[in-house]
Design a binder for this molecule. Sequence first.
Ligand code: SF4
Length: 369
Amino acid sequence: MSADASAAQQRRSARASGGSGAPAALLSPTLVREFARRLLAWHPMHGRSDLPWQGSRDPYRVWLSEIMLQQTQVVTVVGYFHRFVDRFPTVQHLAAAPLDEVLGLWSGLGYYSRARNLHRCAVEVVERFGQFPPTAEQLQSLPGIGPSTAAAIASFCFSERAAILDGNVKRVLARVLAFEADVGAGAGQRQLLAHAQQLLPTADRMPVYSQAIMDLGATVCLPRQPRCDVCPLASLCKARSQEQVTHYPVKSRKIKRSSLRLWLLWAVRGDGAVWLARRPESGIWGGLYCLPVYESSQALLQGLPERLRHSVQEQPAFMHALTHRDLHLHPVRLTVDARRDRLAQGQWFKPSELPDLGLPAPVRKLLTS
Ligand code: SF4
């Protein structure tokens, strides 16, 4: 392709990215010509092909995997994905299921707002469209589907020229382009998206291309020790030529790790039933059933009838790590005579009922230990 033709193609691509609202700086003609071509040539031999959602053009499976993979490792997601598609083989099955059943199956994957949005989204897909709609724009109007997930579904399943911009893809692009803006900030993301849009192949190659760039980020362009020696983009990569690979992607906003202490009232009845209360929709473990949670041991005691306060037994505390927070959990055990003793809001659940309930992972572990 001549330099003029290449520049014209870039201008067309930049116009196609119009939704980003960012001025799309022109990239070098060599990069535009070579980027997708090399990824497409690399993928058949070196890309991943063993994940259960790969190779599918079923938007339900692609959507489910994309939502599960947000903030969660592939190795953790695989088992959950199998269990979900076994129990809910289609979006219609998922929409018809009670939310509690969905939360129960999600239990342990964390970020429970994703599970609530998953269910809400399934209901909306069925009610508004009947099936998943085919364009990224329509997909983004659904709960829990952001621009990158919408682009993944639209490109994998409907061959739309929509650029994915998940964490792995951002890293590859930021390094190849030596992209200096903050990829965590809105302006930086819009600019990177406009560049990404210029590098896309033709529509018919979109499913393979999208998979290839995600796979390269996951297996070659690794966060700390990228394998530049086997990378098909090595000779195009500015970060590599500047020997500045781990400087990119630039993230100026660092999320600080915090910690939190919580006390859990572990009330048990003579027959082994435990007292659980549903958590508020927002905040930690939102919408799940849980042992009643208190911010101090005093608050826990004050929540009990006076004559029970001397019967509590503090159990060994343990730590549960969330992505950005360490939880220090203090279980406080209490054996209760259910005919006489009343507790605050909640209800009794027998041990046989626990497997189907949406419970926070550390609480499930505690109750089944
Ligand atoms: S050359 Fe290295 S830094 Fe550049 S894209 Fe490839 S793996 Fe990433």
